[in-house]
Design a protein around this ligand. Structure first.
Ligand code: AP5
Ligand code: MG
Length: 211
């Protein structure tokens, strides 16, 4: 299955993508994770992306589209994939359609995770990530064994001012994607409020992959 996840920052895209990709047996491709790995590795791509990410703005399309096209050309993505955080504007969605078409493939579905601003702010403010394992926790909803552990860090874009800008960027640039996929008859929408497992069940039902 070829699937994209759409939803505001903090809606739970990364959390759900991990579980759903495993259930579907496809690679999870998260543009935010790829950018962050490049930033911490100090690569030229990371240097280009960092200032945009720190401000909560989108990295320019020419950088992002090439990075995703390269990743989709890898063997493990040929039979299907779950994209988390891409596309993020209508231009990226059109590029994705063209890249797939050139490979003789098409996107199956776009899954939208719906969550209110209040809820996503709560989720982002309490998010902590383990340096050693990469696991994502939440201080209240999925607390780590030791909340004061030196192994935990807060993402640099999870500060209140940056969160505000990310929500604005989502509303202005990413939300129109929903209409784009609706027009293609590919949009499925689920409520992203509730326990992680409940949201997963809704997602699997919506994409027709429930057992
Ligand atoms: P990206 O990393 O994609 O960030 P985002 O879209 O802002 O989304 P997040 O990763 O913050 O949230 P999420 O929806 O994955 O939620 P999560 O599962 O972690 O992008 C970062 C930046 O990279 C962008 O700002 C941009 O600069 C750049 N970028 C990336 N892609 C790009 C593109 N295509 N074009 C241009 N630039 C791009 O969950 C959040 C928290 O909530 C966690 O603590 C989790 O434990 C908790 N949680 C999850 N589910 C639940 C639940 N059901 N109940 C309670 N808590 C929950
Ligand atoms: Mg994420």
């Amino acid at each position: 299955m070829r699937l994209v996840l759409v939803g505001p920052p903090g809606a739970g895209k990364g959390t759900q993508a991990e579980i759903i990709a495993e259930r579907l047996g496809v690679p999870k491709i998260s543009t935010g994770d790829i950018f962050r790995a490049n930033v911490s590795g100090g690569t030229p791509l990371g240097l280009k992306a960092k200032e945009y990410m720190d401000a909560g703005n989108l990295v320019p399309d020419e950088v992002t589209n090439d990075m995703v096209a390269d990743r989709l050309a890898e063997d493990d993505a040929k039979g299907g994939f779950l994209l988390d955080g891409y596309p993020r504007n209508t231009e990226q969605a059109k590029v994705l359609d063209r890249v797939l078409e050139a490979a003789g493939a098409t996107l199956d579905l776009a899954l939208e995770l719906v969550a209110s601003d209040d809820e996503v702010v709560r989720r982002l403010s309490g998010r902590r990530v383990s340096k050693s394992t990469g696991k994502v926790y939440h201080l209240e909803f999925d607390p780590p064994a030791d909340p004061d552990s030196e192994d935990l860090y807060q993402r640099s874009d999870d500060q209140p001012e940056t969160i505000k800008n990310r929500l604005k960027v989502y509303a202005e640039q990413t939300a129109p994607l929903v209409g784009y996929y609706e027009g293609q008859g590919k949009l499925v929408r689920i409520d992203a409020i509730g326990e992680v497992a409940e949201v997963t069940e809704r997602a699997l039902n919506a994409i027709g992959a429930a057992e």
